[in-house]
Design a protein around this ligand. Structure first.
Ligand SMILES: *Cc1c(COP(=O)(O)O)cnc(C)c1O
Length: 371
């Protein structure tokens, strides 16, 4: 047996389980066409302007990127109309989440509060850091248990995570609800509002908190380029937070975590308003269509403000969720099963482009009618 140490928190760590990849499915079932509606990626693919920027800078990849991504940070500040000093870029918002958990709570002293279920990275990194994790179950309809969250927070709590719209349900709390909650949280606890899907909000009762950061010192807003901007594979996200926290985060961030192509692609993506508009149109039309089609097939569809939908198979359905998932997979359709959330008959499906959405409904209808 080797004698070197590995921390207990690492040995007991349950790694993130990503959705299946297109290549895996092609190989496993020996098929050419695979449609992936499992990871909430952009339905229109990569913006042509981004592709051009990446190609243009391919010859620069031998260089280190400029540490701290000042050009990208400036572009984000301009686009969102926020103070540059509040922005911390990262290798995906995953890195910003990881940094927050490493920078703020002290192991054995502080706690982190999350909803159950919620985006797994919050709890994974908390456990890895040896920080106490408090999980508050969501309500049955997947709305937030505000009272439970408020109860779970005490003077030891360093961070509480709110995902808005939420993943995997697509549920979006109202602006008022979140405001009221923030008022109840002590100033010693940071409220982290993860707005990975905020661009897809259409309900006028719900809105982003990105411009509230300057007024609320213990508020952090997270954004990503992986979804509406279509850069999931390049890894780019950012957090907006109090200047003092931003300075601490930047001081411990690995110096080149956002790579040179991600920085150029991010700047290009911000400039491509036509692509963004087309993305929104596609997602809004697809979301409405998929909702009505799933209802037509007898499924229960949870209300969503994101670029994905959570649905449950019809109650009288004899076929198991597992079988539905595997049959779709064998036909080259990848969606996200929610068995690991304790919902064996439910799925999360990303809004694809028109053709992908149609194929998905056709395949599902075939499975549900044939049994
Ligand atoms: C997709 C997603 C993110 C973004 O992750 P990246 O690391 O930026 O790709 C963050 N939070 C939630 C809840 C997500 O679903």
């Amino acid at each position: 047996m080797p004698k070197f140490p590995i921390r207990d928190n690492v040995l007991s760590f349950k790694p993130y389980s990503p959705g299946l990849s297109i290549e895996e499915i092609k190989k496993r079932f020996n098929i050419n066409r695979v449609i992936k509606l499992a990871s909430n990626e952009n339905p229109l693919g990569t913006s042509p302007i981004v592709q051009e920027a990446v190609a243009r800078h391919a010859s620069s990849v031998f260089r280190y990127t400029q540490s701290g991504t000042p050009r990208l940070t400036e572009a984000i500040a301009t686009y969102f109309n926020i103070n540059e000093n509040f922005i911390v870029t990262g290798n995906g918002s995953d890195e910003v989440i990881d940094l927050l958990i490493r920078v703020c709570p002290e192991p054995k002293k502080h706690s982190v509060v999350v909803s159950l279920p919620s985006f797994s990275l919050y709890s994974m990194q908390t456990k890895l850091c040896g920080v106490e994790l408090r999980e508050v179950p969501l309500n049955r309809d997947f709305s937030f248990n505000w009272q439970g969250l408020t109860h779970a927070i005490d003077h030891t709590t360093a961070l509480v995570f709110i995902t808005m719209p939420d993943n995997p349900s697509g549920y979006c709390p109202t602006t008022k609800e979140v405001q009221d909650f923030i008022k109840k949280v002590p100033a010693t606890c940071l409220v982290v509002v993860d707005e990975a899907y905020a661009d897809f909000i259409t309900d006028p009762a719900c809105s982003s908190f990105i411009h509230e950061v300057k007024n609320i010192p213990n508020l952090v807003v997270l954004r990503t380029f992986s979804k509406s901007f279509g850069l999931a594979g390049l890894r780019l996200g950012f957090g907006v937070m109090h200047e003092k926290l931003a300075t601490s985060m930047k001081s411990v961030r690995p110096p080149f975590s956002v790579n040179i192509l991600a920085e150029e692609a991010g700047i290009a993506a911000l400039s491509d308003t036509a692509f963004r508009e087309a993305t929104m149109e596609t997602v809004f039309a697809g979301r409405t269509w998929l909702t009505s089609e799933l209802i037509r097939l007898g499924c229960y569809v949870f209300p969503t403000q994101a670029n994905f939908l959570m649905f449950t198979l019809p109650e009288n359905q004899l076929i198991s969720g597992k079988k539905v998932f595997e049959t779709l997979l064998a036909q080259g359709m990848i969606i996200r099963p929610l068995e690991s959330y304790g919902l064996p008959q439910s799925f999360r499906v990303t809004v694809g482009n028109k053709e992908e959405n149609h194929i998905f409904i056709e395949l599902l209808q075939g499975i549900l009618t044939r049994g």
